[in-house]
Design a protein around this ligand. Sequence first.
Ligand code: GLU
Length: 464
Amino acid sequence: MSELRVRFAPSPTGHLHIGGARTALFNYLLARKEQGTFVLRIEDTDVARSTQESVDAILDAMKWLGFTCDEGPVYQSERFELYREKIDQLVSEGKAYRCYCRQDELDQKREAAQAKGLKPKYDGTCRDRSDHPENTPYVIRFRSPLSGETSFNDRVKGVITFSNDELDDLIIQRTDGTPTYNFVVVVDDATMNITLVLRGDDHINNTPRQIVMYKALGYPVPDFAHVPMILGSDKTRLSKRHGATSVMAYRDMGYLPEALVNYLVRLGWSHGDDEIFSMEELIEKFSLDNIGRSASVFNPDKLLWLNAHYIKTGHSQRLADLLKEYMQAAGIETSKGPNLVAVVKTLQERARTMVEMAEAARFYFADTVEVDPSAAEKFLTADKKPVLGAVIRHLHLLKQADEVSIGKTFDTIMEETGLKLGKIGPSVRVALTGSTSSPGIYEVISVLGIEESCRRLQRIQESL
Ligand code: GLU
């Protein structure tokens, strides 16, 4: 084990989003690569907005993506005592103070500052106050340095410097006694011995605020790496307007976790022109040095392309297990009917998502195939009755339903009828599958079996 300790620290106020999943992935990969420790911390101090449902959704998504943690989940809500202790410490050392300003007063001051074109900032009214008015609600504010600079060498973005007069006297404890994000994140990262904080660059402005608190609490400051945002196609921050943003929505849409992982890693990280990486390759190749400094754009077509790749090359037994679930979700009964592995093998080349595969597999499990009317009009005309009859007769003679034997049977049928496969095949296809697009008819017959294929052909033939 190396010294590296990283963490993923989601707030359970919704699903795990694409951006969060990418942050989790980068942390996970780095921990695995350097044989460090990956900690999962649930940031649920905002009791009003955190829900158990969101916690479960995040844990499910992490599991689905395969990001196993070495420690955690640790819940901030179970650590309030520690935070209280640290706040008391800061107050007793004069590094934090009680602020009795009322919200309406603060709002007024903020508006006045804004009207003058000034950056709104706490004006320090209670900074040096020594009285303790009774029965008056108060918050606790951190006493920020008023001058000087706070600087850090971001592992992605390079040196970043903030002037301390930009830092506010942040509230670290609310009137209800609960601690706030910028404070608890410092206490947690320090007490969990996190050596590298890798997170989205929407937290860059928080970093100097957190650094001054590390110093005030006497903690060593970890390294920071801020990864650029993910944008939608219109170059605004990725949001629902651009389509699904929750990880599990992609599972529901039929994406494989390895496709999503492979896609996510390329949002901001690169390794030459390589596009396809297994998890093992990622663990070997991932490094902070190849994370770009600019935002990346979410491209659903590329994700779809990767998904098609992973379906095409996937293990058919595993895909069959998945297909069963997707078919169930689509209301298709698979307990009777052909073998699912055989079904998958006929569809792996064609389906881009598991939802597409489930739809494409529907005909295999139909009691009575629903025939597309325009396909029927074209290919199931009365003049096809004799040739379908010949197909049924010859198929019945077959002992084995492998594709080679079926192919030979069709050679015989062509010879006997004097028709080319182009004249026979489409009608057989529509009769068996209900549509003009399906896997090859030899494959279909082989998967359905001779008896079921003949039953389907017969039903159609009799109706012509
Ligand atoms: N809980 C924060 C969030 O979900 C992340 C905090 C951090 O990584 O420092 O945005």
